[in-house]
Write a protein that binds this ligand. Structure first.
Ligand code: UD1
Length: 411
């Protein structure tokens, strides 16, 4: 099974194409709902986009408006990623305050503080946030109170065209940040230190076009590994960077899963029954919060009791009630879920409340005795390409009965 390009790398890279009037070619883009939302958004901002076989060809000769429509921002929080490029290219960026997954408060104060440090004036009114630069942005030293992924990316994209040097301290170290930095450098930017806590940007006057292939999706890969592990099955994945999955692989092994890596391949084989293990989500290289829900599905059937602690987002346990409806025994204590492993789950009608909760319910449904019907599959469509078909090709008994995907590439 080949893993798709990373949604969370593709989204900022598509936004970054707004930084130049030249043509950019991005290969291997997964046409999942969030990516199509970003397509729509940058098109409204002036991007001309066409598909050529495996590539998207994008060019933004002129920015038509500096406002990210609230409708799209509401659908997908990552829409906020266009603010940095808009601000850098046009000196102005306006966005509806973001919605997206219902997993915690998720303010954007760090993004805005970064823009302000670069010299933009920030104002909030009527549910919109506006950043206006008086002339070119100016490099600055920015300390992030938390290593937010999209705040790091947004500030990075604003800083590449600023005058002088920007340093981002306590930056997010996620591989997707590194991928964005590599893409920006391929466009002529001068970014160093991406992947460490201190990122340095030497501003340049302009960027040029580039061809790029984004990194593979470590969360998609992790989800398939967990699905195989939970069902006591076997899976071989290609197009993986095993280093990006180090924490997930370590925890799978603790749970008794046999995982082997070689080059860009990972092979996993699940045990008859997984062992309990404790998991704590953290910024990269810690265990990814996006894997918390699917991993919990695995641990519901483990031998023993596991403690899963969520430190990145508040309120990211909405899958717990649904898993309990399938027979899981889970108690929530503050930021931790205490998972008492049961021998088996039983199928039930359940509802996906967000993308990764949906993935967790799919994993649970695969192992449960009897039939599980999952509502809210549009959440799953946001982040997984052809999940049903690909799981079926691995031997899963799963079908899509309604909620036919509205995925459409509008050319
Ligand atoms: C990104 C990922 C998402 C992943 C998350 C954490 C994308 C498109 N999405 O989301 O899949 O779950 O990283 O790995 O890449 N925070 C603030 N102020 C801010 C920004 C964030 O307080 O201005 C807080 C949030 O409330 C949250 C924490 O920082 O508690 C982490 O959020 P952040 O890293 O920003 O997540 P996203 O970038 O939104």
């Amino acid at each position: 099974m080949r893993v798709s390009a990373a949604k969370n790398a593709v989204l900022p890279i598509l936004a970054a194409t707004l930084l130049t009037g030249d043509e950019c070619r991005i290969r291997d883009i997964p046409e999942i709902q969030d990516v199509l939302t970003m397509h729509r958004l940058i098109e409204l901002l002036g991007a001309e986009i066409r598909r050529e076989e495996e590539e998207w060809v994008l060019r933004t000769p002129a920015v038509l408006t500096s406002e990210a429509s609230y409708d799209l921002v509401r659908m997908m929080r990552a829409s906020i990623l266009v603010m940095g490029p808009l601000l850098a290219r046009t000196g102005q960026a306006v966005a509806g305050l973001p919605g997206g997954c219902a997993i915690g408060v998720r303010p954007i104060d760090l993004h805005l503080k970064g823009f302000a440090a670069l010299g933009a004036e920030i104002s909030l009114s009527h549910g919109r946030v506006q950043a206006v630069a008086n002339g070119r942005l100016r490099g600055a030293h920015i300390y992030l109170d938390y290593p937010s992924v999209t705040a790091t990316e947004n500030i990075l994209m604003a800083a590449v065209l600023a005058e002088g040097t920007t340093t981002i301290e306590n930056a997010a170290e996620e591989p997707e940040v590194v991928d964005l930095a590599n893409f920006l450098n391929s466009m002529g930017a001068r970014v160093s230190g991406a992947g460490t806590r201190l990122v340095r940007v030497e501003g340049v006057k302009e960027l040029h076009g580039s061809s790029y292939t984004p990194i593979p999706d470590r969360i998609e890969a992790g989800t398939f590994l967990v699905a195989a592990a939970a069902t006591g099955g076997w899976v071989a994945l290609e197009n993986v960077v095993p280093d990006h999955l180090a924490a997930v692989i370590a925890k799978l092994r603790e749970a008794g899963v046999a995982v082997e890596t070689e080059g860009d391949r990972v092979v996993a084989e699940g045990p008859a029954r997984p062992s309990a293990t404790n998991v704590k989500t953290l910024p990269y290289p810690g265990f990814p919060t996006d894997m918390q829900a699917p991993f919990m599905a695995l641990l519901t059937i483990a031998q023993g009791t596991s403690v899963i602690t969520e430190t990145v987002f508040e309120n990211r346990f909405r899958h717990v009630e649904e898993l309990k409806r399938m027979g899981a025994r889970i108690d929530i204590e503050g930021p931790s879920a205490i998972v008492h492993g049961v021998e088996r789950l039983t199928g039930a009608p359940v509802t996906a409340s967000d993308l990764r909760a949906g993935a967790a319910l799919v994993v649970a449904g695969l192992v449960a005795e009897g039939e599980t019907e999952i509502a809210g599959v549009h959440h799953i469509d946001r982040g997984y390409k052809d999940l049903v078909e690909r799981l079926r090709s691995l031997g899963a008994n799963i079908e899509r009965v309604s909620g036919v995907p509205s995925l459409q590439f509008e050319e």
